[in-house]
Design a protein around this ligand. Sequence first.
Ligand SMILES: [Zn+2]
Length: 458
Amino acid sequence: MQVAVYVRVSTQRQAQAQTIEQQLERLCAHIQAQGWQIADDNIFRDDGYSGAGLNRPGLDRLRDRAAQAEFQRVLITAPDRLARKYVHQVLLIEELERYGCQVEFLDRPMSQDPHDQLLLQIRGAVSEYERSLIAERMRRGRQAKYRAGILLPWTRAPYGLQMNPDHPRDPKGVRLEATEAATVGEMFVYYLEEGHSLFGLAKHLIANQIPSPRGQKRWNQATLRGILTNPVYTGKVYAARTRPRPARVRRSALKPLGRPTTSRVVTDSNEWILVAPIPAIVSQEQFAWVQAKLAQNQQFAKRHSKSHEYLLRALVSCGVCQCSCMARTNSPGYAYYVCRGKLHAVQSCHDEKCPARFIPAPQLDALVWQDLCDVLTHPESIRQARRENLRKARVSLDHQLERLTEAYLSSVLLLAEYQRRRQDLEQKQHGLDTQVQQLETSANRHTEVRAPIAQLLG
Ligand SMILES: [Zn+2]
C-alpha cells in the first residue's frame, strides 16, 4: 500500500510543544509498526502555515498527487493539522476519499464519539448534495439536448424503428425497420376494423407467426397497447413522455410488488418535449382513431366488470400457480373466482394452462365473511369462557396425576401400569397446552385485524 503523511505547524504554534519533527516522528513510527513503507516525496509538509485556509503549498501538492491516485492512505496526527475549520476537514476528507485515499488520524481514529458522528453525518450530507447537484445538472443538460433535437430519449429503438449503429443517440440516424414497420402499420389497420380487439390482434399476430419485439412467439395485450399508444409512429420523437411510478398493484397477493422502476406512467402531453421528426408509419388521423377506440374499450371493460358484486375482488390468488384470480360470472347465478393462469396464453402470459378448478364465489365469500364476522362479533368474553374451561381441565388433570402417583406410592399400582397411565395423562396435558396457545395466538390476531375490518365495514 502506498502511504503518504501530511504535517503542518503554524508560526505561532511552532514555539509550542508539537513541532513538525515531532509529528513526523510519531507518524513514521506508526507506519513502521504497521509494516508499511513511505517514500520521501510522499511526505507533505506545511511549515509555518495556518490551518485556517486551504491555500497551502504542501496541501496543494498532496491533493494533486492524490488526484493521480498515487496513494491509498494519508496519515495525519489530528484533524486540526489538516484544517482548522470543520467544513474544510469535511471537504478535504471527502475529496481524498473520492480519489481512493483513506484519511487516518493518529489521535482521533473514527469512533462513536459525537464529534466523529457529526463529521460522518455532515460528510454524508455533503456527498448527497453533490450527487443530486450532478444528477440535476445532467438532467438539465439532457433536456437541453432534447430541445435542440440532437439526442434521442431512448437507448433501445421502439419496435419498427432502428438507430444508426455509429451514432445510436442521434435522432437523424433513425430509420424504419422495413418488416417491423409493416407489422406496425398492419396493427393500426387491423385494430381499427369493426369487432377487432387487442386480444384478437394478439391472436392474429401469433397465428401469423410474427415474433414479438423481444423475439417471443407470444404477444400480449400490454405490449400491443404500448405500441398503439406510442406517438413515435406518427413520425414524432418525444422525450419526457413517461416517468417511473412506484408499483402499486400486486400481480397476486402471493407475489411481491414489482420493482418501482418497472412501472411507468404516461405524463401529460404538454410536458412532452418534441425532439425530432422521423419517418412516420401511420397518419395522425389513424393514430387518433386508435386512441379513441382504446379509450372506449377500456371504459366499456370497466363498466362491464362492475355488473356483479364480489366480496374478494382482486384479493384471491390461485393455490396451484399463485397467479391472481379474476371474478367471473359465466351464466347468471354462477359466479366464480378463476385463476388467470387458465386464460388464453395471450392474457395469462404462461405457456401452459393452470389445472386449478374454478372457485365458487358464493361459497368462498361466505367462508371469509363468516371468519370476519367471528372476529368482529366474538367478544373477548367468549374467549374468556374458553380460557376458563381450559384452565379447569388443566386443574383436573393435575389432580388425576397426583392421585395416580399416590396410588403407586401406596403400592396399589405396579410401576409399568403407573408409567402407562402417567404417559396418557401427560399427553392430555400437552394437548391442553397447545389449545391454550392457539387461543392466545388467535386472540392476538383478532385484535390486530379488528380495527381495519371495523373501518372497512364502517
Ligand atoms: Zn392457477
